[in-house]
Design a protein around this ligand. Structure first.
Ligand code: CTP
Ligand code: MG
Length: 187
């Protein structure tokens, strides 16, 4: 039981960069729409003005920085033997890049689907706002950082825990963002 709870806590803490990257795009975003204002075959915007290159790269890089800060904390607390993104700086960097860019790539994927089913930019996507960033982040980790992914999310428990925790966490973060007037809508 204790091991079960510990593995969920580890999975959650290690995913913090993925969680941070997404809302961090709000800070750096707003310039250069990723679809350059173009429409898709259905005549609707490919992604919409809510997905910009400055948000994509800024959010992802803030996620990577957050991961290095966490790595420093793991070392400081002497737990880097059991919780870490890797054992060398290159492997840690690759894992953090995969997690953070996966997070923002998943966010873009969610918006692409939202536009196709007719939800306007900023409209409530529910799980389409909440799950794609986690799923694509996992996919990128599986491809680029398989050892790390398998160690913490490969037994399904860690991955499932993240998927279950994300919707209420996403909602809470957005309500805070709305109250702080960083977001126009509380979702
Ligand atoms: N943002 C950005 N670039 C990104 C992601 C986010 O500039 N790649 C910024 C935009 O200012 C966006 C805000 O962060 O409006 C909030 O992100 P999000 O809720 O994901 O976008 P929405 O505006 O809700 O658009 P969508 O309906 O496409 O999700
Ligand atoms: Mg939104």
């Amino acid at each position: 039981m204790l091991n079960f709870i510990l593995s969920i806590i580890e999975a959650f803490i290690l995913f913090i960069p993925g969680f941070i990257a997404n809302p961090a795009a709000v800070i750096t975003g707003g310039h250069f729409p990723m679809d350059w204002g173009k429409n898709f075959l259905d005549g609707k915007r490919i992604l919409g003005d809510g997905k910009t290159w400055t948000g994509y790269f800024g959010g992802s890089l803030i996620g990577v920085v957050a991961g290095f800060v966490l790595t420093g904390l793991f070392l400081l607390f002497g737990i880097s033997g059991s919780v870490s993104y890797g054992s060398t700086i290159p492997s840690i960097t690759v894992a953090l890049l995969a997690m953070s860019f996966g997070s923002l790539t998943g966010d873009v994927t969610g918006s692409f689907i939202k536009r196709r089913i007719g939800i306007q930019r900023g409209g409530k996507g529910s799980l389409l706002d909440q799950w794609p960033f986690v799923l694509v982040s996992f996919l990128f980790l599986l491809i680029f950082s398989r050892g790390f992914f398998m160690a913490y999310y490969g037994n399904i428990i860690g991955a499932l825990a993240i998927l279950i925790i994300t919707p209420p966490l996403h909602r809470a973060v957005n309500i805070v963002g709305y109250r702080m007037k960083k977001k126009d809508v509380p979702w």
